[in-house]
Design a binder for this molecule. Structure first.
Ligand SMILES: [Zn+2]
Length: 255
């Protein structure tokens, strides 16, 4: 009798958790109110440089990303003018579980569950309302000239983003940040994973442009400006980047 009651209670709790997760994910793409994004800075390599960068970090640092999403929203006739509202959480003094190297489906599922648990335990944000959580891992570029892959998960509205702890790299950081943020609200990658080359037409900012090459802009979920059929250059800043039609559809801007 007690056992049955315990199992029923547990099932109700699990159902409640699943329903609230589903509702949060749906609300995040209704774009009726601004999407509230909590960002959690982390000194990823314990470096002096990242330390100084984090001490000077203010929420205004993320303004170019909000401005980019607002401008692109206007381009796609989104009724809201302030689609994203960043909130800076106190820094987190822990590192998230590393992404599995083998890319095996089971280990990725296992990792994403561990990441969600880790994010819940290290949530330093005291505000009572947030939708997306982005953990920002800042690295000294001299120690890590090449950063590990960043991840944005729609399940759990959660991202782990590797960035450079250098003001000179802010423009490049913003491209990565916007890309991962859009993953959390449903955008998919639009490049060939083996070559990094943007996929035509969805990974192109101007897929119908004649002649096709060189393109002038990058689609944000491809991240690179195609300059030839097998050649693309990293977008240097958000000014060089647009949200294409397929991404706009995936994130709920186009029905
Ligand atoms: Zn991506």
């Amino acid at each position: 009798m007690w056992k049955a009651l315990r199992i029923t209670t547990l099932l109700f709790v699990l159902l409640g958790v699943a329903l609230s997760a589903w509702r949060n994910e749906r609300n995040a793409t209704d774009w009726i109110g601004p999407l509230v994004v909590a960002v959690y800075p982390i000194n990823a390599d314990g470096s002096e440089l990242a330390e100084r960068y984090l001490q000077a970090l203010a929420v205004e640092r993320f303004e170019p990303v909000s401005a980019f999403i607002a401008a692109q929203g206007m381009r796609w006739q989104l009724p809201r003018t302030v689609p994203v509202d960043f909130r800076l959480a106190p820094r987190v003094n822990a590192l998230p579980p590393p992404l599995p190297r083998d890319g095996n489906v089971l280990s990725v599922i296992n990792w994403s569950l561990r990441l969600r648990w880790w994010a819940w335990r290290h949530d330093t944000y005291a505000g009572h309302w947030k939708q997306v959580r982005l953990f920002l891992l800042y690295h000294d570029p001299a120690r890590s000239p090449q950063l590990a892959h960043s991840t944005g998960l729609q399940k759990g509205l959660l991202g782990v983003v590797n960035l450079f702890a250098s003001p000179d790299m802010n423009a490049q950081n913003n491209v990565v940040l916007a890309h991962e943020l859009l993953h959390t609200v449903g955008a998919t990658d639009k490049y060939d994973p083996s070559s990094g080359q943007p996929l035509h037409p969805d990974g192109y900012a101007e897929p119908a442009r004649e002649p096709r090459y060189p393109q002038r802009y990058a689609e944000i979920m491809a991240g690179r400006v195609p300059v030839g059929p097998d050649e693309a250059e990293q977008a240097a800043s958000l000014q060089q980047t647009v949200i294409g039609a397929k991404t706009a559809r995936e994130i709920g801007w186009l029905r």
